[in-house]
Design a protein around this ligand. Structure first.
Ligand code: NAI
Length: 461
Protein backbone atom coordinates (compact mmCIF):
# COMPACT_ATOMS: atom_id res chain seq x y z
CA UNK A 1 0.00 0.00 0.00
CA UNK A 2 1.43 3.42 -0.92
CA UNK A 3 2.05 5.80 1.96
CA UNK A 4 0.97 3.33 4.61
CA UNK A 5 2.16 5.61 7.40
CA UNK A 6 1.31 8.70 9.41
CA UNK A 7 4.32 10.80 10.37
CA UNK A 8 4.82 14.51 10.91
CA UNK A 9 7.04 15.16 7.90
CA UNK A 10 8.56 12.49 5.66
CA UNK A 11 11.26 15.01 4.66
CA UNK A 12 12.79 14.47 8.12
CA UNK A 13 13.80 10.95 7.03
CA UNK A 14 17.32 11.94 6.02
CA UNK A 15 18.06 13.52 9.40
CA UNK A 16 16.53 10.48 11.08
CA UNK A 17 18.70 8.14 9.04
CA UNK A 18 21.88 10.01 10.04
CA UNK A 19 21.00 9.72 13.73
CA UNK A 20 20.01 6.08 13.23
CA UNK A 21 23.42 5.38 11.76
CA UNK A 22 25.06 6.89 14.85
CA UNK A 23 22.73 4.98 17.19
CA UNK A 24 23.71 1.70 15.53
CA UNK A 25 27.30 2.25 16.69
CA UNK A 26 25.98 2.49 20.26
CA UNK A 27 23.68 -0.53 20.11
CA UNK A 28 26.04 -3.50 19.94
CA UNK A 29 23.50 -6.02 21.24
CA UNK A 30 21.05 -5.39 18.44
CA UNK A 31 23.79 -5.30 15.80
CA UNK A 32 25.18 -8.60 17.10
CA UNK A 33 21.74 -10.21 16.73
CA UNK A 34 21.65 -9.00 13.13
CA UNK A 35 25.05 -10.65 12.53
CA UNK A 36 24.09 -13.85 14.31
CA UNK A 37 20.58 -14.33 12.92
CA UNK A 38 20.36 -12.12 9.81
CA UNK A 39 20.85 -15.07 7.48
CA UNK A 40 18.65 -17.62 9.27
CA UNK A 41 15.79 -15.11 9.61
CA UNK A 42 14.21 -16.72 12.71
CA UNK A 43 11.33 -14.22 12.66
CA UNK A 44 10.26 -15.10 9.12
CA UNK A 45 6.48 -15.34 8.96
CA UNK A 46 5.95 -13.28 12.10
CA UNK A 47 3.78 -10.16 11.89
CA UNK A 48 4.58 -7.96 14.85
CA UNK A 49 2.49 -5.06 16.15
CA UNK A 50 4.83 -2.71 18.01
CA UNK A 51 3.51 -0.21 20.56
CA UNK A 52 6.56 1.50 21.98
CA UNK A 53 7.98 5.06 21.99
CA UNK A 54 8.91 5.80 18.36
CA UNK A 55 12.45 7.04 18.99
CA UNK A 56 15.75 6.66 17.16
CA UNK A 57 16.62 3.71 19.42
CA UNK A 58 13.30 2.06 18.62
CA UNK A 59 14.04 2.56 14.93
CA UNK A 60 17.16 0.41 15.38
CA UNK A 61 14.99 -2.19 17.15
CA UNK A 62 12.46 -2.17 14.31
CA UNK A 63 15.17 -2.59 11.68
CA UNK A 64 16.64 -5.47 13.68
CA UNK A 65 13.25 -7.25 13.76
CA UNK A 66 12.96 -6.70 10.01
CA UNK A 67 16.53 -7.96 9.43
CA UNK A 68 15.54 -11.14 11.27
CA UNK A 69 12.60 -11.67 8.90
CA UNK A 70 9.64 -10.04 10.71
CA UNK A 71 6.87 -7.97 9.15
CA UNK A 72 6.35 -5.01 11.43
CA UNK A 73 3.78 -2.25 11.96
CA UNK A 74 4.38 0.37 14.64
CA UNK A 75 2.69 2.96 16.83
CA UNK A 76 4.07 4.93 19.76
CA UNK A 77 2.86 4.15 23.27
CA UNK A 78 2.81 7.77 24.40
CA UNK A 79 1.46 10.92 22.78
CA UNK A 80 4.62 12.97 23.43
CA UNK A 81 7.47 10.48 23.02
CA UNK A 82 7.81 10.19 19.24
CA UNK A 83 10.89 11.60 17.57
CA UNK A 84 9.48 12.73 14.27
CA UNK A 85 12.74 12.22 12.35
CA UNK A 86 12.96 8.64 13.62
CA UNK A 87 9.37 7.95 12.53
CA UNK A 88 10.09 9.50 9.12
CA UNK A 89 13.19 7.35 8.59
CA UNK A 90 11.20 4.21 9.44
CA UNK A 91 8.32 5.20 7.15
CA UNK A 92 10.80 5.89 4.35
CA UNK A 93 12.30 2.42 4.82
CA UNK A 94 8.88 0.95 4.00
CA UNK A 95 7.79 -0.07 7.50
CA UNK A 96 4.27 1.22 8.29
CA UNK A 97 4.49 3.56 11.28
CA UNK A 98 1.83 5.76 12.86
CA UNK A 99 3.30 8.26 15.30
CA UNK A 100 3.58 12.02 15.66
CA UNK A 101 5.04 13.91 18.62
CA UNK A 102 2.11 15.73 20.20
CA UNK A 103 -0.63 13.54 18.69
CA UNK A 104 -4.00 13.63 20.50
CA UNK A 105 -5.35 10.81 22.66
CA UNK A 106 -7.89 10.00 19.94
CA UNK A 107 -5.02 9.72 17.45
CA UNK A 108 -3.07 7.55 19.91
CA UNK A 109 -5.77 4.84 19.79
CA UNK A 110 -6.49 5.32 16.11
CA UNK A 111 -2.77 4.88 15.30
CA UNK A 112 -2.59 1.81 17.49
CA UNK A 113 -5.60 0.41 15.64
CA UNK A 114 -3.81 1.07 12.33
CA UNK A 115 -0.75 -0.82 13.53
CA UNK A 116 -2.88 -4.00 13.70
CA UNK A 117 -3.88 -3.75 10.03
CA UNK A 118 -1.70 -6.42 8.44
CA UNK A 119 -3.38 -8.00 5.42
CA UNK A 120 -3.37 -11.36 7.18
CA UNK A 121 -3.59 -9.97 10.70
CA UNK A 122 -0.76 -9.85 13.25
CA UNK A 123 0.51 -12.78 15.28
CA UNK A 124 2.75 -11.13 17.90
CA UNK A 125 2.63 -7.96 20.03
CA UNK A 126 5.64 -6.04 21.28
CA UNK A 127 4.17 -3.80 23.97
CA UNK A 128 5.34 -1.01 26.27
CA UNK A 129 2.86 -0.27 29.05
CA UNK A 130 0.32 -2.73 27.73
CA UNK A 131 -1.89 -0.50 25.58
CA UNK A 132 -1.82 -2.77 22.50
CA UNK A 133 -2.73 -5.79 24.63
CA UNK A 134 -5.40 -3.82 26.50
CA UNK A 135 -6.97 -2.60 23.26
CA UNK A 136 -7.47 -6.11 21.92
CA UNK A 137 -8.56 -7.71 25.19
CA UNK A 138 -10.99 -4.96 26.14
CA UNK A 139 -12.45 -5.00 22.62
CA UNK A 140 -12.85 -8.80 22.72
CA UNK A 141 -14.63 -8.58 26.08
CA UNK A 142 -16.96 -5.92 24.67
CA UNK A 143 -17.70 -8.21 21.72
CA UNK A 144 -18.51 -11.00 24.17
CA UNK A 145 -21.23 -8.75 25.56
CA UNK A 146 -19.42 -7.60 28.69
CA UNK A 147 -20.24 -4.07 29.76
CA UNK A 148 -16.63 -2.85 29.66
CA UNK A 149 -16.82 0.22 27.46
CA UNK A 150 -19.98 1.82 28.76
CA UNK A 151 -18.85 4.30 31.42
CA UNK A 152 -15.53 5.96 30.81
CA UNK A 153 -14.19 7.80 33.88
CA UNK A 154 -11.11 9.57 32.52
CA UNK A 155 -10.00 11.25 29.30
CA UNK A 156 -7.88 8.19 28.47
CA UNK A 157 -10.85 5.91 28.88
CA UNK A 158 -13.07 8.11 26.76
CA UNK A 159 -10.52 7.84 23.96
CA UNK A 160 -9.91 4.07 24.07
CA UNK A 161 -13.58 3.27 24.47
CA UNK A 162 -14.56 5.52 21.56
CA UNK A 163 -11.97 3.79 19.38
CA UNK A 164 -13.18 0.32 20.42
CA UNK A 165 -16.75 1.31 19.60
CA UNK A 166 -15.67 2.62 16.20
CA UNK A 167 -13.80 -0.58 15.34
CA UNK A 168 -16.66 -2.80 16.59
CA UNK A 169 -19.11 -0.97 14.34
CA UNK A 170 -16.78 -1.07 11.32
CA UNK A 171 -15.67 -4.72 11.69
CA UNK A 172 -17.88 -6.87 13.91
CA UNK A 173 -15.93 -9.69 15.58
CA UNK A 174 -12.59 -8.09 14.75
CA UNK A 175 -11.21 -7.94 18.33
CA UNK A 176 -12.01 -11.59 19.04
CA UNK A 177 -10.34 -12.60 15.80
CA UNK A 178 -7.24 -10.56 16.68
CA UNK A 179 -7.14 -11.99 20.20
CA UNK A 180 -7.31 -15.56 18.91
CA UNK A 181 -4.65 -14.92 16.30
CA UNK A 182 -2.03 -13.40 18.63
CA UNK A 183 0.53 -15.98 19.74
CA UNK A 184 2.23 -13.93 22.41
CA UNK A 185 3.32 -10.58 23.76
CA UNK A 186 6.64 -9.29 25.04
CA UNK A 187 6.24 -6.41 27.50
CA UNK A 188 8.82 -3.69 28.05
CA UNK A 189 7.98 -1.90 31.28
CA UNK A 190 7.07 -2.33 34.95
CA UNK A 191 3.57 -0.91 34.57
CA UNK A 192 2.73 -3.14 31.58
CA UNK A 193 4.07 -6.15 33.45
CA UNK A 194 1.77 -5.35 36.41
CA UNK A 195 -1.16 -5.37 34.00
CA UNK A 196 -0.11 -8.79 32.63
CA UNK A 197 0.19 -10.40 36.08
CA UNK A 198 -3.26 -8.97 36.90
CA UNK A 199 -4.67 -10.60 33.76
CA UNK A 200 -3.18 -13.96 34.78
CA UNK A 201 -4.70 -13.59 38.25
CA UNK A 202 -8.12 -12.96 36.71
CA UNK A 203 -7.64 -15.90 34.30
CA UNK A 204 -7.89 -13.43 31.40
CA UNK A 205 -4.50 -13.71 29.64
CA UNK A 206 -5.27 -15.43 26.32
CA UNK A 207 -1.65 -15.95 25.14
CA UNK A 208 1.82 -16.35 26.66
CA UNK A 209 3.71 -13.22 27.71
CA UNK A 210 7.40 -12.56 28.20
CA UNK A 211 8.21 -10.01 30.86
CA UNK A 212 11.20 -8.22 29.34
CA UNK A 213 11.26 -5.63 32.12
CA UNK A 214 12.48 -8.12 34.70
CA UNK A 215 15.44 -9.33 32.73
CA UNK A 216 18.28 -8.04 34.89
CA UNK A 217 19.82 -6.42 31.82
CA UNK A 218 16.59 -4.42 31.41
CA UNK A 219 15.24 -3.10 34.72
CA UNK A 220 18.58 -2.86 36.51
CA UNK A 221 20.04 -0.89 33.57
CA UNK A 222 17.39 0.96 31.53
CA UNK A 223 15.15 1.86 34.49
CA UNK A 224 18.14 2.84 36.60
CA UNK A 225 21.10 4.05 34.51
CA UNK A 226 18.78 5.18 31.71
CA UNK A 227 16.81 7.48 34.03
CA UNK A 228 20.07 8.60 35.60
CA UNK A 229 20.95 10.19 32.26
CA UNK A 230 17.55 11.13 30.88
CA UNK A 231 15.71 12.63 33.87
CA UNK A 232 17.94 15.67 34.29
CA UNK A 233 18.21 15.94 30.49
CA UNK A 234 14.42 16.38 30.37
CA UNK A 235 14.29 18.94 33.18
CA UNK A 236 17.12 20.98 31.64
CA UNK A 237 15.71 21.02 28.11
CA UNK A 238 12.33 22.02 29.53
CA UNK A 239 13.35 24.68 32.00
CA UNK A 240 17.09 25.51 31.80
CA UNK A 241 16.88 25.75 35.55
CA UNK A 242 19.98 25.62 37.74
CA UNK A 243 19.81 22.24 39.40
CA UNK A 244 22.71 22.60 41.83
CA UNK A 245 21.58 23.63 45.29
CA UNK A 246 17.89 23.11 44.60
CA UNK A 247 15.84 20.77 46.74
CA UNK A 248 14.27 17.92 44.77
CA UNK A 249 11.80 15.34 46.07
CA UNK A 250 11.80 12.00 44.25
CA UNK A 251 8.73 9.90 44.96
CA UNK A 252 9.49 6.18 44.84
CA UNK A 253 12.87 4.49 45.19
CA UNK A 254 12.49 1.47 42.93
CA UNK A 255 14.72 1.12 39.88
CA UNK A 256 13.48 4.32 38.22
CA UNK A 257 13.59 6.20 41.53
CA UNK A 258 17.18 5.09 42.17
CA UNK A 259 18.25 6.36 38.74
CA UNK A 260 16.26 9.56 39.11
CA UNK A 261 17.65 10.40 42.56
CA UNK A 262 21.17 9.73 41.25
CA UNK A 263 20.47 11.94 38.24
CA UNK A 264 19.39 14.92 40.33
CA UNK A 265 22.09 14.34 42.88
CA UNK A 266 24.73 14.20 40.14
CA UNK A 267 23.54 17.60 38.97
CA UNK A 268 24.07 19.00 42.46
CA UNK A 269 20.49 19.04 43.69
CA UNK A 270 19.79 18.20 47.33
CA UNK A 271 17.60 15.13 46.95
CA UNK A 272 14.92 13.82 49.27
CA UNK A 273 13.02 10.58 48.70
CA UNK A 274 9.54 9.35 49.66
CA UNK A 275 8.76 5.62 49.85
CA UNK A 276 6.08 3.28 51.15
CA UNK A 277 8.27 0.14 51.09
CA UNK A 278 10.58 -0.11 54.13
CA UNK A 279 13.26 -1.95 52.14
CA UNK A 280 13.46 0.72 49.45
CA UNK A 281 13.24 3.45 52.11
CA UNK A 282 16.20 1.92 53.92
CA UNK A 283 18.13 1.66 50.64
CA UNK A 284 17.48 5.34 49.94
CA UNK A 285 18.64 6.33 53.42
CA UNK A 286 21.80 4.23 53.13
CA UNK A 287 22.49 5.72 49.70
CA UNK A 288 22.61 9.03 51.56
CA UNK A 289 19.18 10.51 50.83
CA UNK A 290 16.85 11.91 53.45
CA UNK A 291 13.64 9.86 53.38
CA UNK A 292 10.70 12.12 54.05
CA UNK A 293 6.93 12.58 53.83
CA UNK A 294 5.77 14.63 50.84
CA UNK A 295 3.28 16.67 52.92
CA UNK A 296 6.16 17.95 55.07
CA UNK A 297 8.34 18.93 52.10
CA UNK A 298 6.08 20.91 49.83
CA UNK A 299 8.53 23.84 49.95
CA UNK A 300 10.97 21.95 47.65
CA UNK A 301 11.91 23.25 44.19
CA UNK A 302 11.48 20.11 42.06
CA UNK A 303 9.02 17.20 42.45
CA UNK A 304 9.43 14.00 40.42
CA UNK A 305 7.15 10.94 40.60
CA UNK A 306 8.66 7.54 39.75
CA UNK A 307 6.20 5.15 41.43
CA UNK A 308 4.02 3.62 38.70
CA UNK A 309 1.22 4.38 41.18
CA UNK A 310 -1.67 6.82 40.93
CA UNK A 311 -2.53 10.06 42.77
CA UNK A 312 0.93 10.43 44.27
CA UNK A 313 1.06 14.22 43.83
CA UNK A 314 -2.47 15.41 44.51
CA UNK A 315 -4.18 18.74 44.07
CA UNK A 316 -3.89 19.53 47.80
CA UNK A 317 -0.10 19.09 47.50
CA UNK A 318 0.16 21.35 44.47
CA UNK A 319 -1.85 24.07 46.23
CA UNK A 320 0.86 24.22 48.90
CA UNK A 321 3.88 24.29 46.57
CA UNK A 322 5.96 27.43 46.22
CA UNK A 323 5.96 29.79 43.27
CA UNK A 324 7.68 28.29 40.19
CA UNK A 325 8.06 24.81 41.64
CA UNK A 326 8.78 22.28 38.88
CA UNK A 327 6.48 19.23 38.80
CA UNK A 328 7.10 16.21 36.59
CA UNK A 329 6.66 12.46 36.27
CA UNK A 330 8.96 9.78 34.85
CA UNK A 331 6.66 6.80 35.60
CA UNK A 332 4.74 5.24 32.73
CA UNK A 333 1.32 6.92 33.05
CA UNK A 334 0.31 10.49 33.79
CA UNK A 335 -2.03 9.58 36.67
CA UNK A 336 0.84 9.82 39.20
CA UNK A 337 0.09 13.56 39.27
CA UNK A 338 -3.52 14.78 39.49
CA UNK A 339 -3.24 16.79 36.29
CA UNK A 340 -6.99 16.53 35.65
CA UNK A 341 -7.60 18.55 38.83
CA UNK A 342 -5.55 21.42 37.35
CA UNK A 343 -7.63 21.68 34.19
CA UNK A 344 -9.82 24.51 35.50
CA UNK A 345 -6.77 26.60 36.45
CA UNK A 346 -5.09 29.19 34.21
CA UNK A 347 -2.54 27.46 31.93
CA UNK A 348 0.11 29.40 30.01
CA UNK A 349 1.98 27.33 27.45
CA UNK A 350 5.68 28.22 27.53
CA UNK A 351 6.75 25.85 24.76
CA UNK A 352 5.95 22.31 23.66
CA UNK A 353 5.45 20.09 26.71
CA UNK A 354 6.09 22.92 29.20
CA UNK A 355 3.17 24.70 30.88
CA UNK A 356 2.93 27.27 33.64
CA UNK A 357 -0.16 26.86 35.79
CA UNK A 358 -1.52 29.50 38.11
CA UNK A 359 -2.78 28.22 41.43
CA UNK A 360 -5.59 29.93 43.40
CA UNK A 361 -3.09 31.57 45.80
CA UNK A 362 -1.23 33.16 42.86
CA UNK A 363 1.75 30.77 42.90
CA UNK A 364 2.75 29.31 39.56
CA UNK A 365 3.82 25.73 38.85
CA UNK A 366 5.90 24.56 35.91
CA UNK A 367 4.35 21.27 34.76
CA UNK A 368 6.39 19.09 32.40
CA UNK A 369 4.79 17.05 29.59
CA UNK A 370 1.33 17.45 31.18
CA UNK A 371 2.42 14.82 33.71
CA UNK A 372 3.47 12.24 31.10
CA UNK A 373 6.93 10.70 31.25
CA UNK A 374 9.14 13.76 30.99
CA UNK A 375 12.38 12.10 29.92
CA UNK A 376 10.67 11.16 26.65
CA UNK A 377 8.35 14.18 26.43
CA UNK A 378 10.88 16.89 27.20
CA UNK A 379 14.05 15.12 26.04
CA UNK A 380 14.82 12.13 23.85
CA UNK A 381 14.55 9.30 26.39
CA UNK A 382 17.40 7.05 27.40
CA UNK A 383 20.65 6.91 25.41
CA UNK A 384 21.10 4.24 22.74
CA UNK A 385 23.59 2.11 24.64
CA UNK A 386 21.26 1.24 27.51
CA UNK A 387 18.30 0.81 25.16
CA UNK A 388 20.37 -1.70 23.23
CA UNK A 389 20.35 -3.96 26.28
CA UNK A 390 16.57 -3.57 26.73
CA UNK A 391 15.82 -4.14 23.07
CA UNK A 392 18.18 -7.11 22.70
CA UNK A 393 15.97 -8.75 25.35
CA UNK A 394 12.90 -7.72 23.33
CA UNK A 395 14.21 -9.35 20.15
CA UNK A 396 15.16 -12.55 22.01
CA UNK A 397 11.68 -12.60 23.56
CA UNK A 398 9.99 -12.21 20.17
CA UNK A 399 12.17 -15.01 18.72
CA UNK A 400 11.26 -17.27 21.63
CA UNK A 401 7.51 -16.59 21.31
CA UNK A 402 7.62 -17.13 17.56
CA UNK A 403 9.73 -20.28 17.47
CA UNK A 404 8.89 -22.00 20.76
CA UNK A 405 5.57 -20.41 21.71
CA UNK A 406 3.91 -23.83 21.96
CA UNK A 407 6.08 -24.63 24.97
CA UNK A 408 4.49 -21.84 26.97
CA UNK A 409 1.18 -21.64 28.83
CA UNK A 410 -0.89 -18.46 28.99
CA UNK A 411 1.25 -17.08 31.78
CA UNK A 412 4.02 -14.51 32.22
CA UNK A 413 7.62 -15.70 31.76
CA UNK A 414 11.08 -14.19 32.17
CA UNK A 415 13.90 -15.02 29.77
CA UNK A 416 16.37 -17.58 31.16
CA UNK A 417 19.48 -16.32 32.91
CA UNK A 418 21.90 -17.54 30.24
CA UNK A 419 20.21 -15.13 27.80
CA UNK A 420 20.34 -12.30 30.33
CA UNK A 421 24.08 -12.91 30.68
CA UNK A 422 24.39 -13.08 26.90
CA UNK A 423 22.76 -9.63 26.58
CA UNK A 424 25.24 -8.19 29.08
CA UNK A 425 28.15 -9.93 27.36
CA UNK A 426 27.23 -8.34 24.02
CA UNK A 427 27.67 -4.90 25.56
CA UNK A 428 31.08 -5.31 27.15
CA UNK A 429 33.43 -4.74 24.19
CA UNK A 430 31.90 -1.39 23.26
CA UNK A 431 32.98 0.05 26.62
CA UNK A 432 36.25 -1.85 26.93
CA UNK A 433 35.22 -4.19 29.72
CA UNK A 434 37.54 -7.17 30.20
CA UNK A 435 35.96 -10.20 31.88
CA UNK A 436 37.93 -12.50 34.15
CA UNK A 437 37.51 -16.24 33.71
CA UNK A 438 36.80 -18.95 36.25
CA UNK A 439 39.00 -22.01 36.13
CA UNK A 440 37.31 -25.40 36.56
CA UNK A 441 38.23 -25.70 40.23
CA UNK A 442 36.98 -22.23 41.11
CA UNK A 443 33.76 -22.85 39.21
CA UNK A 444 33.19 -26.12 41.05
CA UNK A 445 33.99 -24.42 44.38
CA UNK A 446 31.21 -21.82 43.94
CA UNK A 447 28.92 -24.33 42.23
CA UNK A 448 28.57 -22.86 38.76
CA UNK A 449 29.66 -23.83 35.26
CA UNK A 450 32.81 -21.97 34.11
CA UNK A 451 30.83 -20.40 31.25
CA UNK A 452 27.86 -19.48 33.46
CA UNK A 453 25.11 -18.87 34.43
CA UNK A 454 27.02 -17.33 37.31
CA UNK A 455 24.21 -16.74 39.75
CA UNK A 456 21.22 -18.69 41.13
CA UNK A 457 17.71 -17.54 40.20
CA UNK A 458 17.15 -15.90 43.58
CA UNK A 459 20.18 -13.62 43.29
CA UNK A 460 19.07 -9.97 43.24
CA UNK A 461 22.01 -8.01 41.78
P1 NAI B 1 9.44 -0.23 40.98
O1 NAI B 1 8.30 -1.06 41.39
O2 NAI B 1 10.82 -0.78 41.02
O3 NAI B 1 9.49 1.12 41.84
C1 NAI B 1 8.38 1.88 42.20
C2 NAI B 1 8.57 2.28 43.67
O4 NAI B 1 7.59 3.23 44.05
C3 NAI B 1 8.43 1.09 44.64
O5 NAI B 1 9.60 0.96 45.42
C4 NAI B 1 7.21 1.44 45.47
O6 NAI B 1 7.32 0.98 46.80
C5 NAI B 1 7.18 2.95 45.38
N1 NAI B 1 5.86 3.55 45.61
C6 NAI B 1 4.64 3.09 45.22
N2 NAI B 1 3.67 3.94 45.62
C7 NAI B 1 4.29 4.95 46.27
C8 NAI B 1 3.82 6.14 46.90
N3 NAI B 1 2.52 6.44 46.93
N4 NAI B 1 4.74 6.97 47.46
C9 NAI B 1 6.06 6.68 47.43
N5 NAI B 1 6.56 5.56 46.84
C10 NAI B 1 5.68 4.72 46.27
O7 NAI B 1 9.11 0.27 39.50
P2 NAI B 1 10.16 0.93 38.47
O8 NAI B 1 10.74 -0.13 37.62
O9 NAI B 1 11.02 1.86 39.20
O10 NAI B 1 9.13 1.74 37.52
C11 NAI B 1 8.41 2.86 37.99
C12 NAI B 1 7.58 3.42 36.84
O11 NAI B 1 8.44 3.93 35.82
C13 NAI B 1 6.69 2.41 36.13
O12 NAI B 1 5.50 3.05 35.73
C14 NAI B 1 7.51 2.03 34.92
O13 NAI B 1 6.71 1.48 33.91
C15 NAI B 1 8.12 3.34 34.56
N6 NAI B 1 9.36 3.35 33.77
C16 NAI B 1 9.64 4.52 33.11
C17 NAI B 1 10.79 4.65 32.37
C18 NAI B 1 11.08 5.90 31.65
O14 NAI B 1 12.01 5.94 30.83
N7 NAI B 1 10.38 6.97 31.87
C19 NAI B 1 11.76 3.54 32.26
C20 NAI B 1 11.40 2.37 33.03
C21 NAI B 1 10.24 2.30 33.75
Amino acid sequence: MANDYIVKDIALAEFGRKELNIAETEMPGLMALRDEYGEAKPLKGSRIVGSLHMTIQTAVLIETLVALGADVRWASCNIFSTQDHAAAAIAESGVPVFAIKGQSLEEHWDYLDKSFMFDEGPNLILDDGGDATLYILLGARAEAGEDVIAVPTSEEEVAIKAQIKKRMEASPGWFTKMRDQIQGVSEETTTGVHRLYDLVKQGQLPFPAINVNDSVTKSKFDNKYGCKESLVDGIRRATDTMMAGKVAVVMGYGDVGKGSAASLSGAGARVKVTEVDPICALQAAMDGYEVVILEENLDADIFITTTGNKDVIRIEHMREMKDMAIVGNIGHFDNEIQVAALKNHKWTNIKEQVDMIEMPNGNRLILLSEGRLLNLGNATGHPSFVMSASFTNQVLAQMELWNNGDNYKNEVYILPKHLDEKVARLHLDRIGVKLSKLDAEQAAYIGVAPEGPFKPEHYRY
